[in-house]
Ligand binder design. Sequence first.
Ligand SMILES: Cc1cc2nc3c(=O)[nH]c(=O)nc-3n(C[C@H](O)[C@H](O)[C@H](O)COP(=O)(O)OP(=O)(O)OC[C@H]3O[C@@H](n4cnc5c(N)ncnc54)[C@H](O)[C@@H]3O)c2cc1C
Length: 292
Amino acid sequence: MCLINGKDFCYTPNASLKNYCTFKVGGTAKHLIEVYNTDALIKVCYKCKLHNIKYKVIGMGANLLFDDFGFDGVIIVNKTKHVLFKKNCVYASSGVNISNLIVKCLNRSLGGFEKLIGIPATVGGATVNSLGAFDTNFTDFICQVKCLEIATGKIKILTNEKCKFGYRDSIFKAGEFIILSVKLNLNFMQQEIIKRNMQQALKRKTTSQPLNCPSAGSIFKRTSIIPAKVIDELGLKGLRVGGASVSTKHAGFIVNDGNASAADIVKLIEIIKQKVKNAYNVILPVEIEIVK
Ligand SMILES: Cc1cc2nc3c(=O)[nH]c(=O)nc-3n(C[C@H](O)[C@H](O)[C@H](O)COP(=O)(O)OP(=O)(O)OC[C@H]3O[C@@H](n4cnc5c(N)ncnc54)[C@H](O)[C@@H]3O)c2cc1C
């Protein structure tokens, strides 16, 4: 198969990573390739492996913090958009935007995961991280994941059980597979109910989170304590390092005020962790991934 630049993929050398993550920070990627279909995704991954080039597949970069020194390899941005419906099942390629998928499902009266509307994520990223909000977990609806096993170059179909989904966790976190598509099992529901769930979720998100500022969502994972609650109790809202500050709207978020560096954000994370450790003797686990 021959890939055509423009149709199957788009190559950019020395691309600013600020444009490929929701935090809007990071240096440049030596090579950046946007892929528009699954064949292109597979082929680019194969090529990188064959030539022993460092690479990383990303979705919307909504859980990532790119290093200020950039990425000395290939960033593969997954822009695949294939969606197929069969009765109450939907097959979605891994680059599909979750919110767009929710709306497509609504049009077919299929629901279940609509409370995740508005969260920046692709199907691939949501599967890796086991995306969830308001007691709804994206991965509860997954019955199969089609993926490329990096070590063998084989395409595998994994059942939900094999994926070992847990709180913001899955076997995909180890980076041994590239997710190509998922099969979701959804519920036939009245459109009015799906819409109401969407509206309620959006309202809760917009009133409680700083959605108009660059961020990567919650910085810390829940443990024995709720990070946002303890950070707020310690009076850390508004705490700043350079252009990064603890959101005054949601203490679990760090926001980029426009000119933050990745180093500012990392420093602020360390300060918060230290203050929480001193006060509660708990080490907050970081939810976001730092990419170097
Ligand atoms: C404003 C805001 C609100 C948020 N709210 C929530 C929330 O309520 N709940 C929640 O759980 N999260 C939330 N998040 C975090 C984020 O949306 C999720 O972690 C989401 O799953 C990230 O998806 P992504 O496509 O952007 O993945 P990326 O951040 O691009 O990638 C995440 C990881 O998955 C890997 N990956 C991506 N695609 C593939 C693939 N096809 N194959 C293999 N590996 C892949 C990447 O290499 C990386 O390691 C929020 C983020 C923001 C910015």
